[in-house]
Design a protein around this ligand. Structure first.
Ligand code: SAM
Length: 277
């Protein structure tokens, strides 16, 4: 009981800190958030990490219904491995919380989080690209769902996660408990290399411009890209950066932007795919 009350106290304090960081929504957002996540990770039971206020509030774990992504996903239920990819792993929360947040898709137990992640691939029809990629670099992998999804879809190569050390700890722990192998975790730009496929869902475009340009100069020769981005976030003009860098550099590639009009915040959001022709 005392332990339970202590957890509540920690969470009250965490919620206050999160509200303050979100209120500012400025360039220090990720510096402040990673400290809050680190605190939860060190103090709360790791096996319930999917219930941490810090991870739910960003959101790194999505628990809101995403109707448009669900609609996109159900059109692809015949893709090999997609049902396994959609199934929400039971690991990472209490049994009660798992039951509360599961989504029953005609007998397939999934979650809003998985629907969103698989939905990014459905919106861009990236299933074959992910399956056939020889290696994948994911920038800002959140809790690391996409690596698990890629394996279920048939991806067999080396998967690399680039993120803050605090987030890499969570991804590594989750992946180990899901039995994922052949995943590398890096937080230094010097460890990055061009990849067959780069994935950066609402992450690469949340990095400060100086760091982003350093990352980009290391990986700009990558063959395929899947990005999610907000036009303006944390005072960053992503539209300008994307037009000046990605679209300009990939003239001999197939570049497609898919607007997400149902996500109007932060100047509007979109997905961007780049394929080597
Ligand atoms: C909004 S979350 C998105 C997570 C995941 N891609 C998804 O779509 O659910 C942003 C991710 O980018 C990472 N990130 C943000 N800024 C970063 C930075 N400067 N360096 C490395 N990773 C960063 C965060 O740690 C987090 O994993």
């Amino acid at each position: 009981m005392v332990e339970f009350l202590n957890m509540l106290i920690i969470n009250q304090e965490t919620l206050k800190q999160i509200t303050e960081v979100k209120r500012k929504n400025g360039p220090e957002y990720w510096t402040d958030m990673r400290a809050i996540i680190k605190n939860d990770w060190e103090q709360l039971p790791k096996s319930n990490f999917k219930d941490f206020a810090s991870l739910l509030s960003i959101p790194i774990i999505n628990r809101a219904r995403q109707t448009e992504f669900l609609r996109a996903v159900v059109q692809y239920l015949n893709v090999p491995g997609i049902r396994e990819a959609l199934a929400e792993p039971e690991f990472g929360n209490t049994e009660e919380s798992f039951k509360t947040h599961q989504v029953d898709l005609s007998g397939l137990l999934t979650s809003h989080q998985r629907i969103l992640q698989v939905g990014y691939l459905a919106f861009t029809n990236f299933f074959t690209k992910i399956k056939e990629a020889t290696n994948i670099l994911e920038i800002g992998a959140g809790i690391g769902d996409m690596a698990d999804i890629a394996r279920h879809l048939g991806f067999k190569g080396q998967y690399t996660c680039f993120d803050f050390p605090e987030l890499l700890d969570i991804q590594k722990y989750y992946h180990e408990n899901l039995g994922l192998e052949n995943v590398k975790y890096v937080s230094e730009v010097s460890d990055l290399e061009p990849a067959e496929l780069v994935i950066g869902m609402f992450s690469f475009t949340e990095t400060p411009l100086e760091l982003r340009n350093q990352i980009y100069s290391k990986i700009c020769r990558s063959n395929n890209w899947l990005l999610g981005f907000a036009n303006k976030i944390f005072e960053l003009d992503n539209r300008k950066w994307i037009e000046e860098n990605l679209i300009g550099s990939y003239l001999a590639y197939d570049v497609k932007e898919i607007p997400l009009p149902f996500w109007p915040w932060d100047g509007g959001n979109a997905l961007l795919t780049i394929h080597k022709l």
